[in-house]
Design a protein. Structure first.
Length: 600
């Protein structure tokens, strides 16, 4: 599959991946343990406690294994000719000119590797290329497979793991050369090249480690095929997913009985007055001699979903009745698995583990390939909502944790409340601040419909008949208009800011080239500045209306300047006011302002 069909699988990032662990151990033996552990961590997108424990094993076993190897040697020696490619883990040279070949195995499958033709092939092809081989060696590094117990903390487990590492020791094993192993390998290679069919050999001890095992045995396809760009037809509804909740005895189960070919997964056993098939999800107890075997209801629900996933039946509707009971079943199941009596006993992990377990199984249920998937639950009216005015109103919502309810609402098309008002019964699927409900169906005009399967189907058909609205695209033709106005605003704003700031720091009788004098002169000789502005075309984008726009702005500046001058007269700007009067009386002959002196 990998070489002929060019199929690839998605990485699983298992902390005990044999390829990653084998590479890590090779680096620890060839270079250093520190670099090996860092390489191991870099191979994963996220590090968990399990990764830390595998790193502890490598740090404890690698120094022991290094002591069994010769002090000198060459690592990663490549054998390459027209018939064979191989990589020797370690090659050492003896005093008599011969060589020893070493191969490292981080595994407990010692017996299987001793039957392998690997070292025999290395000797055969090495002697053809280089020189005589004296001995063949395996270095076996054992894997430690202990796990954390349910009643054991992480600290206690790692203490036990450290003690176990001290009790494990690598070992070397010499292999005698067998030329028949080479002949057998070459014969198998010849048959492989001539073969046209490749039957599966499950007796191969390495088959259980294959990346394609789940694909071959279970049909799990990890290759992702993207859909075409063609729009889907949504005018016909092929699957309905809804969540119905209501008070006890309101007719929830009876309503499900109207659906085509239904199967009710009941948790409370209230199916006496409906004729649809059902499975009672409950704890089961079996007696084997003196031994009592109890199977939790949650496990029975998971097994039922696994059977429904096979689609080996004729049902069109599957209902989980009640989903709030199933959440309590999940909690009891996880209590037993974690060895706790309540989530608060392990508050750091228990709440999250219970929620993850519940949502993962319910998601499998919602993904079942049937026409109608229904969740049923009781309603809860025991909590009040306080408005801003202080008034309290009763909240009506499903009898399940709010965090879980929000997750479930995202898995269905409609969350509907079944209301029983005397003899009148209807489905309310419009939410407000009091009632929990709503859905993703658009174009529905009614707030509620009568309690019947046909009325519900019409709601779906009504929503499917609504054509999606096309979004208006933004036109870019009006952009130049805004660009003509923006430069003026950008030019005028800095001028007023500069005048206000610089007018405070102006010194008396500075040279004409300094910035403060330029600001003073600009304030005093404004009539000249305006006349030159009219005569000069500053940019190509300016229009004829710009001089008209400048007039009100210059008037505003005059008003501001008079205000500033009146304020300055009271404080410290009196000498400057006198100089301005003298210069204005001279008709501008003493000061010549060039275009380069203008700050704009």
């Amino acid at each position: 599959m990998r070489y002929l069909e060019k199929l690839k699988t998605l990485p699983e990032f298992d902390p005990k991946d044999p390829l990653i662990l084998g590479t890590t151990m090779h680096i620890a033996l060839q270079e250093s343990t520190k670099k090996a552990v860092q390489t191991y961590f870099d191979s994963y997108p996220i590090i968990t406690d399990r990764h830390i424990e595998e790193a502890m094993k490598i740090e404890g076993l690698a120094p022991k294994a290094r002591k069994l190897l010769p002090p000198t040697g060459k690592y990663e020696v490549t054998l390459n000719n027209k018939d064979f490619i191989g990589f020797i883990d370690m090659l050492t040279k003896n005093d008599d000119g011969t060589f020893d070949i070493w191969d490292f195995k981080y595994s407990n499958s010692k017996a299987n590797y001793l039957k392998s033709p690997q070292l025999h092939l290395y000797k055969y092809y090495f002697e053809q290329l280089y020189g005589k081989v004296n001995k063949l060696h395996y270095l076996f590094i054992p894997k430690i497979g202990i796990r954390q117990k349910q009643d054991e903390t992480l600290f206690q487990f790692r203490q036990r793991l450290s003690r176990a590492i001290d009790d494990y020791f690598p070992e070397t094993c010499e292999v005698k050369y067998d030329p028949n192993q080479v002949i057998s390998f070459l014969t198998d290679a010849k048959h492989l090249l001539e073969a046209k069919e490749f039957p599966l050999d499950k007796s191969d001890p390495f088959w259980k480690f294959s990346q394609y095992r789940k694909y071959v045995e279970k049909g799990e396809d990890y290759m992702i095929v993207l859909p075409s760009t063609k729009r889907r037809n949504i005018e016909k509804v092929t699957k309905r997913k809804l969540w119905i909740y209501g008070a006890p005895f309101s007719g929830k189960t009876t309503f499900v009985n109207e659906f085509p070919d239904p199967l009710d997964l009941t948790t409370d056993g209230n199916i006496q007055f409906v004729d649809m098939p059902y499975l009672h999800i409950k704890d089961t107890v079996e007696q084997e001699g003196r031994r009592t075997i109890r199977t939790f209801a949650w496990q029975n629900l998971k097994d039922t979903i696994s059977e429904l996933e096979k689609k080996d039946n004729d049902f069109k509707t599957v209902a989980l009745d009640l989903v709030d009971d199933s959440y309590e079943m999940c909690r009891l199941f996880m209590y037993d698995k974690l060895g706790i009596e309540h989530e608060s006993d392990d508050s750091f992990r228990a709440w999250d583990k219970v929620l993850t377990e519940f949502l993962s199984v319910i998601r499998r249920f919602m993904n079942l390939d049937y026409e109608n998937i229904i969740l049923i639950s009781h309603e809860d009216t025991s909590k009040d909502i306080t408005k801003r005015t202080g008034d309290k109103i009763t909240a009506i919502k499903p009898n399940i944790r709010e965090k879980v309810a929000n997750k479930l609402a995202g898995m269905v098309d409609i969350v509907a409340r079944l209301v029983a008002n005397g003899d009148e019964r209807y489905l309310n699927f419009k939410s407000d601040e009091v009632i929990f409900g709503g859905g993703r169906l658009s174009g529905i005009k009614e707030d509620h419909v009568e309690l019947s399967y046909d009325a519900l189907v019409k709601v779906y058909d009504q929503a499917a008949g609504q054509k999606p609205k096309k979004r208006k695209q933004t036109k870019l033709e009006d952009e130049p208009k805004t660009e003509e106005i923006e430069p003026d605003a950008e030019e005028e704003k800095p001028k007023t800011r500069k005048r206000r700031k610089r007018s405070e720091d102006v010194e008396e009788e500075q040279p004409a080239k300094t910035e403060p004098e330029e600001v003073e002169e600009q304030k005093e000789e404004k009539p000249k500045t305006r006349r030159r502005k009219k005569r000069e075309p500053e940019t190509e984008t300016e229009t004829e209306e710009q001089p008209e726009e400048e007039k009100p702005r210059t008037r505003k500046r005059r008003a501001r300047e008079t205000e500033e001058e009146s304020e300055d007269d009271e404080t410290e700007e009196k000498p400057r006011t006198r100089r301005r009067r003298k210069r204005s009386n001279d008709d501008g002959e003493q000061i010549d302002i060039s275009d380069d002196d203008l700050p704009f």
